[in-house]
Design a protein. Structure first.
Length: 218
């Protein structure tokens, strides 16, 4: 979960320069803020992102291993009928990967207006996904399926909640990047957009994996 704060803080730190002139350079080639404090180079943000994603992978792989092992331990595993809304939310999240990539490419072409439109669409799709996941929980509750009903339902709630929390961190990053003024920090905006886009694509791929695990591993 620490990835949420780290990613958002990195993005915020990229826009700390209020001056209109070109950024100063440190001896190692990195930028310096007006006060002389060196800024982290672009590659540092991608290194931090890679480490964060590696931690997330290990976390979800441990849950996946527990899911597989627990399913084979005894006869108390009762498969649950996955709510149909999950097919819709999966489509929405996959679609959001295309919209965030469209936004990133438009920014690379210096089409700031188009970038903002598609970035906003991505943010909206992320929120729709979370609402859809909550709707799936309500559908299960209506069937009398709760967190403690049986091991299968427990893993469903835990896996979807864990992914939802990490995706919420991505939505916060989308909002920070989309709402911040970048008129004097275009280069840092590009880095922020690239980092956030990679994280968003990762969350998309992770959900597809979890959905298949829940669907095929019932």
């Amino acid at each position: 979960m620490a990835m949420h704060g780290t990613l958002t803080e990195e993005i915020v730190l990229q826009d700390t320069d209020g001056s209109g002139g070109p950024p100063a350079r440190s001896d190692d080639g990195g930028e310096r803020a007006p006060g002389g404090k060196p800024r982290a180079p672009r590659r540092a943000y991608f290194t931090a992102l890679s480490l964060g994603l590696a931690c997330i992978v290990m976390f979800f792989m441990s849950l996946t291993s527990a899911f597989i092992v627990r399913k084979g331990l005894g006869g108390d595993w009762q498969p649950i009928e996955l709510p149909r809304v999950l097919w819709f939310t999966t489509f929405v999240l996959v679609l959001s990967s295309f919209t965030v990539e469209r936004a990133r490419r438009l920014l690379a072409q210096n089409d700031v207006g188009g970038y903002r439109v598609w970035w906003g669409i991505t943010t909206a799709l992320g929120l729709i996904f979370l609402v859809g996941q909550y709707t799936a929980w309500l559908a299960l509750r209506a069937q009398g399926v709760y967190l403690a009903s049986n091991p299968a339902s427990s893993f469903f709630y835990v896996l979807t909640a864990a992914h939802g929390a990490h995706l919420l961190g991505g939505i916060l990053a989308l909002l920070v990047v989309g709402l911040r003024r970048w008129s004097k920090a275009a280069e840092r905006r590009t880095t922020a957009v690239d980092v956030t886009s990679i994280y968003w694509h990762f969350m998309d791929g992770l959900w597809v994996f979890l959905f298949l695990l829940l669907f095929l591993g019932r």
